[in-house]
Design a binder for this molecule. Structure first.
Ligand SMILES: CCCCCCCCCCCCCCCCCCCCCCCCCC(=O)SCCNC(=O)CCNC(=O)[C@H](O)C(C)(C)COP(=O)(O)OP(=O)(O)OC[C@H]1O[C@@H](n2cnc3c(N)ncnc32)[C@H](O)[C@@H]1OP(=O)(O)O
Ligand SMILES: NC(=O)C1=CN([C@@H]2O[C@H](COP(=O)(O)OP(=O)(O)OC[C@H]3O[C@@H](n4cnc5c(N)ncnc54)[C@H](OP(=O)(O)O)[C@@H]3O)[C@@H](O)[C@H]2O)C=CC1
Length: 555
């Protein structure tokens, strides 16, 4: 056997890890890697082997994909600590095991059969002092953690400022304090958002100062009452659209100001979408970002959306974000950059796609892979101004909902469509800001990191979004929404297509009936309409007579 055996993706060569741990500088590791030229091994995967990793937000969309990749590529990591709050009557263990037993983790079970033993759920609520972590658990975390990935956040756009500050700012501050007491800590990776400075058009990979210091905001949240906070919120968030982007920006400032001597990096993903390749294409499990709207369009609720077709749709697949995050964790721990580096994880400047192209591809995919039991045929369109938006909202959203609720009432059922439609319209109003503008994010640090990776790491931890084929990605995204979010069976596609045909026929019938009724009313009331009607009828009669006469002559 060779001294350092071949390491496959998902596999791990322990001897190489031990060897690497004994080396002291990144240069030595790199040169050792080069000496191993010809052997396939991932330095990043090896780096995480034997490590104790703390993840916040592990039960969230990104957190799950992050855990999956870690277990799959570094199955001999020591432990992943996850800070979890009990929810919906489930214990922590149940919550975590439910994730591990999901389809997302199928591949992990093959390479890491003892995955259940390598995860340690710690009861924690990031809204509480010291996160309400028990003394014993805290001691364990402080003395063992090597890497921290801070993913937890409130991502609701309309969260009350007090709550958003608590989770996105104060909790980050507390976590940094904890991190500063971790003697074995090698890197602290903070997940922010590319939209934290969406008030700017061009955004560099730097932390921008906020007009009011985060400390002052945190303090004021302690004594101001809700009514006053509501009043000052618009002034504080300024030209940002919501409390989410504002508090994520404050969170970054806290990281920079209070990071002390820690090795810290900030990652700013844009709009995180379904997975591109890993562990399989199209995985998604929540309604955030475009996913909820894809459902609304596919089920026929969403008929028009105010968007600028040429604006860049800066989507980034969840696995791309995770690959960059793990590469950044490795780089920050091994290379220890002198300052806090910010990495943009965006697609717009490397491989842009616009909302128009994306929307058309979503609609084209519905033709091939329709969703089941649609309310109406998927036929959404973009509007570009206020008047048409209001018009289509009234005609295509509210009116059908009212008619359907009337039908539900008539048949003795509970009306629900108007409520659902109101929620959809509210969601649309929240995302409008992001789909009618384009931003430029510089990606120097991200590109620098890409070039610092070995070819094998570039393959295993691929975050080069230039390789992404948008049409294929969007098709897989829609398919993933159907399979993993709506939990619809592919065997139901023929029936779904039949259902759409029925809806089309109903649509034609309805429109014809509506036209005839309107016309009949018009004729009854207007002489001009009557004249037009007689003209059309006599024209048709003459045409038919001529046609009959010429066919008799030919015979
Ligand atoms: C040319 C022709 C072509 C034609 C084309 C045609 C096009 C056709 C194709 C169309 C697709 C292509 C275009 C896509 C555009 C995408 C734009 C995305 C931009 C995102 C930018 C993100 C930038 C920043 C990124 C980040 O950095 S962070 C991540 C982003 N953060 C979020 O995305 C949270 C948003 N959400 C909330 O902020 C709250 O949800 C809130 C909305 C306030 C409601 O709030 P509320 O009314 O209280 O309702 P909830 O309690 O939340 O929910 C109540 C109920 O609604 C459900 N529901 C929650 N959500 C959503 C949702 N979205 N969509 C739908 N339903 C949802 C929930 O399941 C619950 O159902 P139930 O359980 O009751 O049955
Ligand atoms: N999704 C996106 O489009 C983007 C996301 N981001 C950033 O990525 C990170 C992860 O986002 P994403 O995974 O999508 O978000 P999710 O909403 O899916 O996950 C949020 C996570 O935070 C946890 N959390 C929330 N409140 C608390 C609390 N009080 N105590 C403990 N845990 C808590 C949630 O736990 P629980 O399961 O118990 O609710 C969940 O695990 C965030 O920092 C977000 O800002 C950045 C850009 C885009």
């Amino acid at each position: 056997m060779a001294k350092f055996g071949k390491m496959e993706e998902g596999g791990f060569d322990k001897s190489y890890y031990l060897y690497q741990r004994n080396l002291h500088s990144p240069q030595k590791i790199l040169s050792s890697y080069r000496r191993q030229k010809g052997r396939i091994m991932s330095m990043i995967a090896a780096f995480y082997g034997g490590k104790s990793i703390l993840i916040t937000g592990a039960t969230g969309f990104l957190g799950k994909v992050l855990m999956e990749k870690l277990f799959r590529t570094s199955p001999d990591l020591k432990v992943i600590y996850v800070l979890v709050r009990p929810k919906q009557g489930q214990t922590l263990q149940q919550r975590v095991f439910q994730i591990l037993d999901s389809k997302l983790f199928e591949k992990v079970k093959e390479v890491c059969p003892n995955v259940h033993e390598k995860i340690r759920a710690i009861s924690a609520d990031l809204n509480q002092n010291d996160f309400a972590i028990s003394k014993e658990d805290m001691q364990e975390l402080l003395s063992h953690t090597n890497i921290v990935f801070h993913c937890a956040a409130t991502v609701r756009f309309d969260d009350h400022l007090r709550h958003a500050v608590q989770l996105n700012v104060t909790a980050t501050q507390q976590l940094l304090l904890m991190a500063s007491q971790m003697p074995k800590l090698e890197a602290f990776i903070h997940i922010s958002t590319a939209f934290s400075n969406c008030n700017l058009k061009h955004i560099d990979e730097v932390v921008y100062p906020c007009p009011v210091e985060p400390k002052k905001i945190i303090d004021s949240m302690e004594w101001l009452d809700d009514a006053i906070i509501d009043e000052i919120t618009p002034k504080l968030i300024g030209d940002r659209p919501n409390t989410y982007t504002y508090t994520k920006a404050l969170g970054e400032v806290v990281v920079q100001q209070e990071g002390g001597n820690l090795n810290i990096a900030i990652i700013r993903p844009s709009i995180v979408g379904a997975t591109w390749q890993e562990p399989f294409p199209g995985w998604v499990d929540n309604l955030n970002g475009p996913s909820g709207l894809i459902i609304a369009a596919g089920k026929g609720f969403l008929r028009s959306i105010r968007a600028t077709p040429m604006a860049v749709a800066d989507l980034i697949p969840a696995d791309t974000v995770v690959n960059l995050t793990l590469a950044v964790g490795w780089y920050t721990a091994v290379h220890r950059p002198k300052s806090t580096l910010v990495y943009h994880c965006t697609s717009g400047n490397l491989n842009p796609c616009n909302w128009g192209k994306m929307g058309l591809q979503v609609l084209a995919t519905f033709e091939k892979i329709p969703f089941e039991r649609a309310f109406r045929r998927p036929n959404a369109d973009f509007t570009t101004n206020n008047i048409t938006t209001h018009y289509w909202n009234a005609v295509s959203h509210r009116a059908p909902a009212i008619i359907y609720d009337f039908y539900l009432r008539l048949t003795g059922r509970k009306p629900r469509m108007t409520k659902l439609m109101n929620r959809l319209l509210r969601t649309l109003s929240m995302v409008e800001y992001f789909i009618n503008r384009s931003w430029e994010w510089s990606t120097y640090n991200t590109e620098m990191l890409m070039s610092a990776l070995s070819p094998e790491d570039q393959r295993v931890f691929n975050f080069d979004v230039r390789q992404l084929n948008w049409l294929e990605y969007i098709e897989n995204y829609v398919l993933g929404v159907k399979k993993y979010l709506l939990k619809e069976d592919m065997a139901g596609i023929p029936e779904a297509k039949q259902h759409l045909k029925r809806l089309r026929n109903i649509h034609y019938l309805f429109n014809t009936a509506l036209f005839l009724i309107a016309w009949r009313l018009l004729i009854a009331r207007s002489q001009v309409a009557r004249n037009v009607w007689f003209f059309i009828v006599s024209f048709c009669y003459k045409f038919l007579s001529y046609f009959r006469a010429s066919s008799t002559l030919n015979a």
